[in-house]
Write a protein that binds this ligand. Structure first.
Ligand code: GLC
Ligand code: CA
Length: 528
């Protein structure tokens, strides 16, 4: 297992998100599973990644695709068994790949024994593990607050005894009361459960939402938010850090922290809290050199202030795939700006996605790939709504299923070697040119680009340095140096530009035009 900057692995790793439902299906039920992942570990080894982040694989009624966990210490039968998960951790380690599991502390499934006990008896001690509150109005039949849920929609559901319980997501995901010591103790024990099984890191879902203002004020401009980023959350992560630090081998805590304020964001990364957090600033940013440069600077400054490594993410299981985003006229991403169905130029999006791969793999810090990024998959916008499974669809009119479509491995038609059955979501027939089989050995494929870039990232001394320095080549061009003689140049202008003086071109995202770099193309150079 190698690191590139001499520091612990999580500072500079290439981390690959496996969405188990859609990676590979070994038992022929149309849903990906652990044995499917084990069977395809060679793909990840050959890609050259350092670690896998596994989206939730625990027993779950799947009201939110497994982000509604009924038991954090087991595996859902649809994915396999705990023994299979342990075998996967071992097999991944054997090929130099670390393992990160996903823990969801904000809420649990309504089928979790705690919530069932809480519902069964008002006197149960488990009641206090949640947010049960009387309603407003004469008969208590109005919700305790008008808080809007994270998926849109309301945040309270009434129980037969007349009280309401809080859920920032779906009613099947009741929020936990983090003021309760039993809740804290339970999650520390869950961390130990997985660290004891050799996992190298924990991805923390919705990490900034855990605490709520007990007075339940409404959300108001200018007032502190009642459930985003309350200060108490830092105490929890300090305790988690002590747990992680009590293990050998650089165990890491990585937070999912969606937060516009970069300073508040950086607070999660103070030396005694989380090791890293997903930086969504660049993900939401338009394909625009000035905006991207500003985003990169903001990110690096905020992280430098707390000594934490930056992270770079282009896609994940929640957002529109970046091939599609970069092929639209509006290339930004935000859950509040629904661009579904707006025209997409996939050729342009793919060209930019190739350039973005070289960008995100040469910035200082850790880079996250979402499964299928390495194949250049686009959002499947042709899924019939009747097949949607994402609970966001009913609440926001946008489904995240389009980025969760099963991977194409081989063959000329769906299910493309993913399964022997019909996959749980339909794959576009046009993916036949994008299978792992079709792209392997094609030097111009996205897969070859990712493999080469990840291999070079290990070898290039400049990419192991913590710092970067901008090169001012052209106002519409992002260019920077890492170390004395490595440079990345991304041409976002509409025309080709001359390359700066260099000794060798190490890797380009598309064909160069002699000594010129065509539009929407990136290149890695060894400078003279
Ligand atoms: C995170 C997950 C998302 C999930 C939500 C609720 O944002 O990434 O998929 O729906 O939390 O757990
Ligand atoms: Ca299966």
């Amino acid at each position: 297992m190698s690191t590139t900057d001499g520091g612990p692995w999580w500072r500079s790793a290439v981390i690959y998100q496996v969405y188990p439902r859609s990676f590979a299906d070994a038992n022929g039920d149309g849903i990906g599973d652990i044995d499917g992942i084990r069977a395809h570990l060679g793909h990840l080894r050959d890609l050259g990644i350092d670690a896998i982040w596994m989206s939730p694989w625990y027993p779950s009624p799947m009201a939110d695709a497994g982000y509604d966990v009924a038991d954090f210490r087991d595996i859902d039968p649809v994915f396999g068994t705990l023994a299979g998960a342990e075998a996967l951790v071992e097999e991944a380690h054997a090929v130099g790949i670390r393992m990160i599991v996903d823990i969801v502390p904000n809420h649990i499934s309504s089928e979790h024994p705690w919530f069932k006990a809480a519902l069964a008896a008002p006197s149960a001690k488990e009641r206090d593990y949640f947010w049960f509150r009387p309603g407003r109005g004469a008969n208590g039949d109005e919700m305790p607050t008008d808080w809007r849920g994270e998926f849109g929609g309301t945040t309270w559901t009434r129980t037969p005894d007349g009280l309401w319980y809080l859920h920032l997501f779906t009613p099947e995901q009741p929020d936990l009361n983090w003021d309760h010591p039993d809740v804290r103790a339970e999650f520390e024990s869950i961390l130990r459960f997985w660290f004891d099984r050799g996992v190298d890191g924990i991805r923390i879902d919705s990490a900034a939402l855990l605490f709520k203002d007990k007075d339940l004020p409404e959300v108001r401009d200018g007032a502190p938010h009642p459930f985003h980023d309350l200060d108490e959350v830092h105490d929890v992560y300090r305790a988690w850090r002590r747990v992680a630090d009590s293990y050998d081998g650089d165990r890491a805590l990585i937070g999912e922290v969606w937060m516009p304020d970069v300073e508040r964001f950086a607070n999660y990364l103070r030396p005694d809290e989380l090791h890293a957090a997903f930086n969504f600033d660049l993900l939401g940013c338009a394909w625009d050199p000035a905006l991207m440069r500003a985003s990169i600077d903001r990110t690096l400054d905020a992280h430098a202030a707390v000594g934490a490594p930056a992270t770079w993410v282009l896609s994940n299981h929640d957002v529109t795939r970046h091939v599609t985003r970069y092929g639209r006229e509006d290339t930004t991403f935000s859950f509040d700006n629904n661009l579904d169905g707006t025209p997409v130029d996939l050729e342009l999006g793919t060209r930019r996605a190739r350039a973005a791969a070289l960008l995100s793999l040469s910035l200082p810090g850790a880079t996250y790939l979402y499964q299928g990024d390495e194949l250049g998959l686009w959002e499947n916008e042709n899924i019939p709504p009747s097949s949607f499974q994402d609970p966001m669809w009913a609440r926001r009119g946008h489904s995240r299923d389009g980025c969760r479509v099963p991977l194409p491995w081989s063959g000329d038609e769906p299910p493309f070697g993913f399964s022997t059955a019909s996959p749980w979501l339909p794959q576009p027939p046009e993916w036949k040119g994008l299978t792992v089989e079709a792209q392997t050995g094609d030097p111009n494929s996205m897969l070859s680009l990712y493999r080469s870039a990840i291999a070079l990232r290990r070898e290039e001394p400049g990419l192991h340095r913590a710092e970067m320095a901008w090169l001012d080549l052209h106002p519409q061009v992002l260019a920077y140096c890492r170390g004395a003689n490595f440079a990345c140049v991304v041409n976002m202008s509409g025309a080709s530009i001359p390359l700066p003086d260099h000794e060798t071109s190490l890797l380009a995202s598309g064909p160069l035009d002699g000594d010129r770099l065509p539009p929407d193309t990136a290149v890695w150079l060894r400078l003279s």
